[in-house]
Design a protein around this ligand. Structure first.
Ligand SMILES: [Ca+2]
Length: 271
């Protein structure tokens, strides 16, 4: 199974267009240190991160270790499916104590709202242990719920058999699309800089550019929107891949962020 083909799971699931989102009933804790509360899932003021609306970051550290991410911090299952979650874990953590373990059936989504202009940087830190098998996906959507391929703006698959990460424009995690060597046993930054004013994106993996190109039409010439709608962490039956310190921000990074990483500003702040 591949992501876009499985994205075509939306297409093959005839009810896709009418599936109601099972939004969490109550907002879980968001995280601190960067920005404000999630516009879709506001958190109590005391927990709201600092910064400019609608910057967002989740260090995964305010949730109980071993707890289900669905229903916390605005995270949900794909199309509201309660059976495609992921647990927080202390087995790996870029910021202590937790990361998210994406494995097996995991298809974990976080929605965003209000990102329709300007330049935004989406970052996620990924850890893939030696011995990883499968084709695990990190995905950004311009429309959610997603019903046609154009709703996908970027999907990178970690392809164990090929030993690469791939800009999976073909939806099969093979063949087409730029690649970089897969990096194991360390935290690797996936950074997607999205310029919604020019409808373009630039993606780097471990500091190396994977590709740059259009945003709303990267996967398909039709059906896309100039919008950042959701992230999707999809295991696609693969073995464990860990994610930590996930953010969406338009802060100015005059300290070298654009050429470096987010290490400095992704430090968990206890408030
Ligand atoms: Ca963490």
């Amino acid at each position: 199974m591949t992501k876009r083909a499985s994205r075509s799971r939306c297409l093959r699931a005839l009810a896709c267009g009418v599936l109601a989102l099972a939004l969490p009933l109550a907002a879980g804790a968001s995280d601190v240190g960067l920005a404000k509360s999630d516009p879709l899932y506001p958190v109590p003021a005391a927990e709201a991160p600092r910064g400019v609306t609608p910057n967002w970051i989740d260090h995964i550290d305010l949730y109980a270790t071993g707890s289900q991410m669905i229903g916390q911090g605005g995270w949900e299952g794909w199309n509201g499916d309660p059976n495609v979650g992921a647990l927080t874990t202390a087995a790996q953590a870029r910021s202590a104590p937790n990361s998210i373990e994406v494995v097996g059936a995991t298809d974990l989504v976080h929605q965003y709202a209000g990102y329709t202009s300007g330049t935004w940087t989406f970052t996620a830190w990924q850890y893939i242990p030696t011995g990883f098998t499968g084709q695990s996906y990190f995905i950004l959507l311009n429309t959610y719920p997603a019903t046609v391929n154009g709703n996908w703006s970027f999907q990178v698959c970690a392809d164990a058999a090929g030993g690469v990460v791939r800009d999976d424009v073909g939806g099969t995690c093979s063949g087409a699309g730029a690649t970089l060597p897969l990096i194991f046993d360390q935290w690797v930054e996936i950074k997607v800089v999205v310029n919604l004013d020019t409808d373009t994106q630039t993606v780097t993996y471990g500091g190396q550019q994977l590709f740059n190109g259009p945003w709303s039409t990267h996967i398909s010439a039709t059906g896309g929107a100039v919008n950042i709608a959701a992230v999707d962490l999809f295991a696609n039956t693969g073995t464990s891949v860990f994610y930590d310190d996930i953010s969406l921000s338009n802060l100015s990074f005059l300290d070298g962020f654009e050429s470096g990483d987010t290490r400095e500003w992704h430090t968990t702040v206890a408030e």
